[in-house]
Design a protein around this ligand. Sequence first.
Ligand code: ZN
Length: 357
Amino acid sequence: MLLAELADQLVDAQNAVRRPDYRCPACHEPVRLHRGRQVIPYFAHLPQSPCVIQGEGETPEHLAGKRQLADFFTPWGPTELEHVLPMIQQRADVWVARTSQPVAVEFQCSPLSLAGVSTRTAGYQKIGCYPFWLLGHRYAQQRLNWALIERFMGWLPRWELCLPFWDVTQQRLQLTHHLYQDVAGHYGGQVTSVANLAALIAGPTQLDPYPRLSLKRVRYHWAQELARATPNLRAVQEFLYLRGHHLLGFPEAFETTGSTPPVLGRGLLLWRILFGTALFALNGPLTSNRLAPLAQHCLELVGGHEQTVRVSFPHLVDRLQAQLMTELVQRGYLTVVPDGWQIRRQPRWRSARIGTD
Ligand SMILES: [Zn+2]
């Protein structure tokens, strides 16, 4: 930590001299000043008395980042390093006393469990402050992945779904924004370097178009995965096999391109193939009551979710289902009847061999 208590005053490690009576501002146990030629000065608990408020171990990145972030957020209001919140037993790396709503800045450099992120986020929300997570170097190096998105994805006006990274070397916010998933499940987003808070509020200066996806390539990749018998697609292929089909022969009727929020696991296309297959295997009228649980089950099969720690997508599956049903009606596969739909004709499955259609 950067601050310690000394006779009811807070002392910043960079102005401190060695003495034995510094105390932790949160738990009031003794802490010791660490300083040397190579290290950014900081205070640490004695090994035998760890703090009641857990924090991450102090790395040079974390220590430097906290000070930089306090400067970065200053235009929003007075900032305070390592603000202790006894009510929720948490310590915000930087506290921004913003008039409309206080902001708790968390600079996360070390690994943190899903439960850890959820608890800390819920704590801040409970006291009515906005938790702003910024991720350090180890996270910035990763390819976009679900663990990252599930824990830390937020939503900001004009940037939409995003992951904020703080680059200590450049002293800049690197925002991966307009996060999405293509229908084959690949995560994507645009990266913009944000120099200051005014630029953060202004939003991106330009928006890149979503890359085009070739469904032929998707089939090719699935074929490779099936050939390698990777567990990823096994449950999916089994589900289809029991209904007399092979994944690679999926009908044109279920095809789609575009993008979705990045929460659909293996992607929208696979969900449509599974749900469409199950739908056309049903006998009798297709009512919403019969379809809704099926749609949810297919979401689980593709590893999709309707929420992350920070963002929920209520009725996402309902909307995907409604979209598919509308298309199937328009293309003559289904007819609308008073209490739902009726199958008019079956979609045609293709040969499962690659390169034959
Ligand atoms: Zn303590």
